[in-house]
Write a protein that binds this ligand. Structure first.
Ligand code: HSE
Length: 405
């Protein structure tokens, strides 16, 4: 079967490599059908690349080629990926993607177009890189009501936090190292401000609860305000800081979905997920907690998930019926700050007595080199809005949610 790849960046070039290096196993899994890359779409030049006969700058070469049945979209971004994908689906070609931005923004429309045209739109690589999560969620866990999901969904930020926690490295040095290793997005803002994790939360929430969740409905806070001081206090509480995407069922018509740094206590399955690794913990009413763990970023890991979707599409030339969700609504995602009660970590320029008169009993934390006018503590459970009200008049430096996963 002839296939095409759109976007020859880290993931796209990995897809071509995996198809070429795994011919035997891929052919065995497709039942004898060999995947053969016929076109690679990219506007850039790749002098010396051995695939020069496959490169094209014209999308129509793929669209109008009747031999090409499956296309991998690894361009990233919404435009022109949306337009290209829509045209391909309407032309009866299956599309597989690692593009979480596109699935989070336009998944509903693209899944509908795939359905209407009897082809597949598959996106296993869009969440968790190489970790199988989309299929397990939509198939193996299908009998469960999902109560909640908590995930370390961004490899770059987990790598940075791990370097800060384990090596005392500064945020800037750790980010540079993540970029050098090819983990970070082109613009690292998407990683460090939590936007990349936010898109993955949208996809997981849409899949788990059956209604589309858009990125602008999800509060996203990144890790740029986390300092080595916070790391040190939280280690005194026997925990670590992780950037978590969290989704919680509220009632039949509402969910909470948000991205934020979170205190995870040692002993949690999520606490020991380090470096570029991701983990997604799904809490189902029948199965209990299930945790999916593996490489959430990186060329080969992500490419392996894209190629798996290509194999799936080559086997199921007719549309798979189990992927899809319905429309959401503006009020569907609630503001977790107003609704969810939990403990919080707080660091402030203040005194223990001022904190106790504002909040009652809290658990105070210590660190080496702690200034006499700085306090850090873990509160009882309350909503974030209640906490902020109670802290009125206190010079707060940082507030971090504490998770119960
Ligand atoms: N920049 C992303 C990450 C790549 O670090 O997780 C995978 O989505």
């Amino acid at each position: 079967m002839k296939v095409a790849v759109m976007g020859y960046g880290t993931v796209g070039s990995g897809v071509v490599e995996v198809i070429e290096s795994h011919k035997k196993s891929i052919t065995a899994r497709t039942g004898g059908e060999m995947l053969e890359v016929k076109h690679i779409l990219d506007l850039r030049e790749f002098p010396g690349d051995p695939h020069s006969d496959m490169f094209t700058k014209d999308f129509n070469d793929i669209l109008t080629d009747d031999e090409v049945k499956v296309v991998a979209e690894t361009m990233g971004g919404v435009n022109p990926a949306f337009d290209f994908t829509m045209k391909l689906l309407k032309a009866g070609k299956s599309v597989v993607t690692s593009n979480k931005e596109l699935v989070a923004q336009k998944g509903l429309e693209l899944l509908k177009a795939a359905k209407d045209n009897g082809v597949n739109y598959l996106f296993e690589a869009s969440v968790g890189g190489g970790i199988p999560i989309i299929r397990p969620m939509s198939q193996c866990l299908a009998a469960n009501n999902v109560e909640g999901i908590a995930g370390i969904l961004n490899g770059t930020t987990n790598f940075i936090l791990t370097k800060m926690i384990e090596d005392g490295m500064t945020f800037e040095d750790a980010l540079k190292l993540a970029q050098d290793n090819g983990y970070a997005e082109k613009d690292p803002t998407a990683d460090i401000e939590g936007f990349d994790a936010c898109r993955k939360v949208c996809i997981l929430a849409s899949l788990a609860f059956g209604k589309h969740v858009y990125p602008n409905q999800v509060n996203a806070e990144g890790i740029t305000r986390i300092t080595l001081e916070d790391v040190s206090y939280i280690s005194d509480a026997n925990g670590v800081i992780k950037l978590l995407g969290q989704i919680k069922s509220i009632d039949d018509d509402h969910i909470a979905a948000f991205v934020s740094p979170a205190v995870v206590f040692n002993g949690s399955q999520l606490a020991s997920v380090n470096g570029v690794f991701n983990a997604i913990l799904v809490r189902g009413d029948a199965v209990g907690d299930v945790c999916f763990y593996g490489q959430g970023a990186g060329k080969e890991a992500t490419a392996s998930a894209v190629v798996a979707d290509m194999v799936d599409s080559a086997i199921h030339t007719e549309r798979r019926r189990n992927f899809g969700w319905g429309d959401g609504s503006e009020s569907y995602v609630v503001d977790e700050k107003a609704v969810l009660s939990m403990p919080f970590y707080v660091r402030a320029k203040s005194s223990q007595s001022a904190v106790m008169s504002a909040l009652g009993n809290v658990k105070f934390l210590k660190r080496v080199g702690q200034p006499s006018d700085e306090v850090a503590f873990i509160t009882d459970s309350m909503t974030q809005n209640e906490l902020v009200d109670k802290l009125d008049g206190i010079d707060v430096i940082n507030i971090i949610k504490v998770t119960n996963y």
